[in-house]
Design a protein around this ligand. Structure first.
Ligand code: DAH
Length: 339
């Protein structure tokens, strides 16, 4: 046994290899399951008890040495280049992973681009807001349920700081410091105290549009809505407006589009009605204009607001809202070609 170990040690001290395949062959020869050193290790149990200590030590040293030598060969081979220190230009490159745009970013951009073509410019406001900009200036009654802790995240109890529940707050921010004409589109993230499920999340994204000028009418709003629906969902899309209520618009409406899956014939997606709801809108309430220092006798305006997740779901049939915030690459890569 001792002779065998010494012979192997001599061999191992002189290991040579010209390429990685040869190194691998050496590794297999000595260290694989059936390798020579492994076999010696297996035979160790046959060694007489009084010799075990000495031979055990020698065997371990042999194995250690073999690992060392093979690793060294590998390292020296990795550092080797074709012509001395010059980089090997013939080597194939590593695969280069390119990121993709998030589906919500794709749709946000598409919405903003459509409104930009109508002369709207982008405006943004803070996500941490105060009661005035999110509620009071927008004509919410003192006891409106949306102000409730159940719906709104307050940053600090007793302090006038909260996470905005809608992007309508940006309307006020802009109107307070600008006189008409105002034509803005406001994308942003909003927060609501909702239990997270496939159809609700505690944060999501909205786009708000606002137009204030002399003689702005409900017919202007309808025209813009129709243009938007056709640009976003295709030229065959129809719209319908249903009366609704929002504190900051009078009159208010909700807009449906003809179901973009069945073309309005009725399917499970539109619950067999042929229509799907996509946004809220209306004429800016004169109180809101006055709250922001705009003369409501001279000016009028319309506003509309929509959820980006909702529009994305309609365009791409995403069934679970949580996918948007989970960073699952398998989901995100599905939108590679949508950019
Ligand atoms: N702020 C509303 C919401 O979060 C959406 C909305 C409805 C915005 C009507 C508007 C509007 O500007 O006119 O549900």
């Amino acid at each position: 046994m001792i002779n065998k170990i010494n012979a192997l040690l001599a061999e191992i001290n002189n290991l040579r290899a010209n390429n990685s395949e040869e190194i691998e062959t050496l590794r297999i020869k000595y260290l694989s399951k059936k390798g020579e050193i492994t076999q010696l290790m297996n035979d160790f149990r046959l060694v007489a008890a009084e010799e075990k200590r000495v031979i055990g030590k020698m065997l371990n040293e042999l194995k250690e040495k073999a690992h060392q030598q093979i690793n060294q060969l590998k390292e020296s081979f990795d550092n080797q280049t074709v012509a001395g220190d010059a980089p090997d230009l013939t080597r194939t490159s590593y695969p280069y992973q390119v990121g993709t745009r998030h589906p919500l970013s794709i749709v946000r951009k598409e919405i903003c681009d459509i409104f930009a073509r109508l002369g709207f410019s982008i405006a943004e406001g803070p996500e941490i807001e105060d009661d005035w900009h999110v509620f009071s200036s927008l004509n919410f009654a003192e006891d409106h349920p949306a102000r409730d802790m159940q719906d709104t995240f307050f940053v600090k109890q007793g302090k006038d700081l909260l996470l905005r529940t809608h992007t309508s707050s940006v309307q006020t921010r802009i109107m307070e410091k600008t006189q008409p004409p105002i034509r803005i589109i406001c994308p942003g993230r909003v927060y609501r105290n909702e239990a997270i499920s496939y159809r609700a999340h505690c944060f999501f994204h909205q786009v708000e549009a606002l137009y204030v000028d002399k003689n702005v009418s409900f017919a202007d709003l309808q025209q813009v809505l129709l243009f938007f629906a056709k640009e976003m969902f295709g030229a065959d899309t129809e719209i319908r407006l249903r009366p609704s209520f929002f504190p900051f618009t009078e009159p208010s409406a909700e807009m449906d589009i003809s179901c973009n899956l069945c073309g309005g014939k009725g399917c499970p997606f539109c619950k067999h009605t042929g229509w799907v709801e996509i946004l809220g809108c209306g004429m800016v309430d004169p109180n809101v204009l006055e709250n922001c220092g705009i003369d409501s006798k001279t000016y009028s305006g319309y506003a509309l607001g929509m959820g980006i997740e909702r529009i994305t779901n309609l365009k791409y049939q995403v069934k679970d809202l949580r996918l948007f915030s989970e960073n699952d690459l398998r989901f995100l890569r599905e939108f590679e070609s949508a950019i």
